[in-house]
Write a protein that binds this ligand. Structure first.
Ligand code: NAD
Length: 345
């Protein structure tokens, strides 16, 4: 490592190495300092950035706090290696004129596939039958399966991923209800979905899928009151963020038969899994992998790192997440032919 080159800190990662990030940064004149793969605490991240004084911080799951964005002497960018920004203090970064970026489009297919897979697992019983067969049971007469096409699915959130889920569900001929303030009546009609207020969607849908970001306004969007409003035969699917659902209220609702099941890729206190949820055969949990495929991870890492290089070399980011004046370029790589060539692609 050349100690004169500016440093970019990678706080954590959800993949085996940091080769892609290191190669792109190196070609642009920056050194990468990588923390451990598993996300450290907010305090550990603060110590990491204090020790290395980076010009950019790249984070997967680790929390980038107000103190972490305040510590470096010349921080230009905080890049989320993902979609949701709930682990970054965006307000603190904005107040300091620090650009925040994400990669909003790298896993739209994967997350919508995952939502549909969890829905099909519910109607067709794949994981439960597989588990039974592995214990030596072969009992087709015991099947209680459902016709997917007969289901009414409620999508809460109709952005990139919600729209992709709707497009895929259209092929299964389900009825689709949508709650999203940005969906207009004409567009809903064109897409064959029904604009529905949340209370009506919860009362009607047999499958409720969450595709909203975690914001102060959506924290515990689904709590005891909303669960009580759902059908007793309903499945709740959460492939967005654990904090959207009050886990205690969900476990209570399952214990008391208020809803029938849950399919969760995300949990409030990852990696803790509430044993009350796992006590129910009607609960399926995957370990926050909806985003993941070999293709999506390479796309994410490449786009997130190239975005950091763009910001640090004074180019406008493709995915700005806050409103700030364009900062001066941080010198390394600003005139690098390697960066210019990449930009021309
Ligand atoms: P997006 O920004 O394109 O769409 C979000 C939509 O939610 C917007 O249309 C917005 O209007 C709507 N919305 C916001 N608050 C709402 C509310 N209270 N009620 C109804 N609608 C509301 O985001 P996206 O790309 O579709 O991603 C959605 C979320 O999926 C992300 O924020 C992220 O948390 C999550 N995600 C999870 C994984 C995973 O691996 N499990 C991967 C990627 C994204």
């Amino acid at each position: 490592m050349d100690s004169t080159r500016p440093v970019v800190v990678l706080t954590d990662r959800a993949w085996p190495d940091d080769e892609i990030e290191r190669r792109i940064l190196d070609a642009a004149g920056f050194d990468l300092v990588a923390g451990p793969a598993d996300p450290g605490t907010a305090e550990e991240i603060e110590a990491l950035v204090t020790a290395h004084d980076p010009v950019a911080i790249m984070t997967c799951w680790a929390r980038v706090s107000d103190a972490a964005v305040a510590a470096p002497s010349n921080l230009g960018a905080v890049a989320r290696m993902g979609v949701g920004l709930d682990n970054i203090d965006v307000e603190a970064a904005t107040a300091r004129g620090i650009r925040v970026t994400n990669v909003p489009d790298y896993c739209v297919e994967e997350v919508s596939d995952h939502a549909v897979a969890l829905i099909l697992n519910w109607t067709r019983g794949i994981t439960s039958f597989d588990a039974q067969v592995r214990t030596g049971s072969w009992n087709p007469a015991g099947a209680r399966l459902a016709r997917t096409a007969s289901k009414t699915v409620g999508l809460v959130g109709f952005g990139r991923i919600g729209r992709a889920t709707a497009r895929k569900l259209t092929g299964f001929r389900t009825r689709i209800l949508v709650t999203d303030p940005t969906l207009g009546a004409d567009e809903a009609a064109d897409l064959g979905v029904e604009r529905t207020p949340l209370d009506e969607l919860l009362a009607t849908a047999q499958i409720v899928v969450l595709h909203v970001p975690l914001l102060p306004t959506t924290h515990h969007l689904i709590g005891a009151e909303q669960l009580a409003a759902m059908r007793a035969d309903a499945l709740l699917v959460n492939v967005s963020r654990g904090g959207l659902v009050d886990t205690v209220a969900l476990a209570d609702a399952l214990d008391h038969g208020i809803i029938a099941g849950a399919a969760l890729d995300v949990l409030d206190e990852e990696p803790e899994v509430d044993p009350r949820l796992l006590a129910h055969a009607s609960v399926t949990v995957t370990p926050h992998v909806a985003f993941s495929s070999d293709e999506s991870v390479v796309e994410l890492r490449t786009k997130a790192t190239e975005e950091v290089v763009r910001v640090l070399t004074g180019r406008p980011p493709h995915y700005p997440c806050n409103d700030i004046a364009e900062p001066d370029p941080i010198t390394a790589g600003a005139t690098s032919p390697a960066v210019d060539a990449k930009e021309d692609k």
